[in-house]
Ligand binder design. Structure first.
Ligand code: F6P
Length: 357
């Protein structure tokens, strides 16, 4: 059996642990009857026929290694089926590579964009099994993606450390957390690290409400406030805009990111000293936490089992205490946002946290 593996989209902690899980389980069950091919830099390698045969040794000692040994790249889904004159489309090139390499199946590790292309390949007859990767935790069909818990640990550590300096100086801090258009990482991090205000895309905020929350804390004798703000957070006014208006407004925004804009707005509203801290790609780097290593290993083994059973066209997903296959066609193109009246949001509100709404 020939299995091609690739990692695609933004990297995260646990990609190597997941590759190792798939490989170890396949080698364990199939021995020399399986050859694994590493496809370099995600779909780029599949498009260009850039792959190499791997051996069990390649998967040793990578359980705790950050990044991805295969490399990754972003290949927008919308460019997959378009072609220059006299050129094959990227999709056709990928199908050609699969045919020439005689891959029996592909194992694809990725997030939202990756899953749209994985589904496209599946619809064109390629046997595909995918694993849900992203620090954003915004993939539909799984309660948890790998990378998320490691990123949460890092972002939480940032907010933990901000506490002491915010206290010393009696300051308001905004910590901007990644997560793209979803608030999972900010919500989990904010609760885990004791933030006072949590701003997420799913709950549009008003600066006045944020200022009121800070004021309330100060009147109750608190020296500082910490705002955990998602990079994708939007104001109530922005929530009313059409997609086109929103794009134009953001393009004209004279700040590097939403947290700098909020800092300026709060400064002029409250006269307070505000500081911004942005951990950025720090949140995606380094070793996976133990919980992610466990999750990646479970997902990897589940993917290998599907391959052995000949079940394709699905993503291995976390549902309750089980790992289950979910059809790719159900996952592709859907975002999983934070439920605004879900248990976690209610927990935060019950603690007295503000969502700026
Ligand atoms: O999807 C993962 C993610 O880290 C998002 O949280 C973030 O918006 C984006 O990728 C950053 O992308 P890039 O690494 O291409 O700058």
């Amino acid at each position: 059996m020939k299995v091609g593996m690739l990692t695609s989209g933004g990297d995260c902690q646990g990609l190597n642990a997941a590759l190792r899980g798939v490989a170890k389980a396949l080698y364990n069950e199939l021995g020399s009857n399986v050859t694994i091919y590493g496809i370099r830099d995600g779909y780029r390698g599949l498009i260009e026929g850039d792959y190499h045969a791997m051996s069990p040794r390649d998967f040793s000692d990578i359980l705790t290694l950050g990044g991805t040994i295969l490399g990754t790249s972003r290949q927008p889904f919308k460019s997959m089926q378009t072609a220059e004159e006299n050129e094959e489309s990227k999709l056709d090139k990928m199908l050609t590579t699969c045919r020439r390499a005689r891959f029996d199946c592909l194992v694809i590790l990725g997030g939202n964009g990756t899953h749209k292309t994985a589904n496209l390949l599946s619809e064109h007859g390629i046997n595909v099994v995918t694993l849900p990767k992203t620090i954003d935790n915004d993939l539909w069909g799984t309660q948890m993606t790998f990378g998320f818990q490691s990123a949460m640990d890092i972002a939480s550590q940032v907010i933990d450390n901000i506490h002491s300096t915010a206290f010393s100086h009696s300051r308001v801090f905004i910590v901007e957390v990644m997560g793209h258009k979803a608030g999972w990482l900010t919500l989990h991090t904010g609760i885990a690290s004791g933030a006072d205000v949590i701003l997420i895309p799913e709950i549009p905020y008003s600066t006045k409400a944020v200022a009121a929350a800070i004021d309330k804390r100060q009147r109750s004798g608190k020296r500082f406030s910490i705002i955990a703000m998602a990079e994708g957070a939007i104001t109530k006014d922005e929530a009313k805009m059409s997609k086109k208006e929103f794009k134009a407004a953001r393009a004209a925004m004279p700040y590097p990111s939403v947290s700098y804009r909020l800092a300026e707005d709060l400064r002029s509203l409250t006269g307070q000293e505000i500081r911004v801290a942005i951990p950025g790609h720090f949140q995606r780097g380094g070793a996976p936490c133990a919980a992610d290593r466990l999750l990646c290993t479970r997902l990897g083994v589940a993917a290998a089992n599907l391959i052995r059973e000949g079940k394709f066209g699905c993503m291995v997903a976390v549902q309750g205490d089980k790992i289950v296959p979910v059809p790719l066609k159900d996952v592709a193109g859907k975002l999983k946002g934070v439920p605004v009246d879900g248990e976690l949001v209610r927990t935060a509100r019950d603690l007295g946290l503000s969502f700026g709404d």
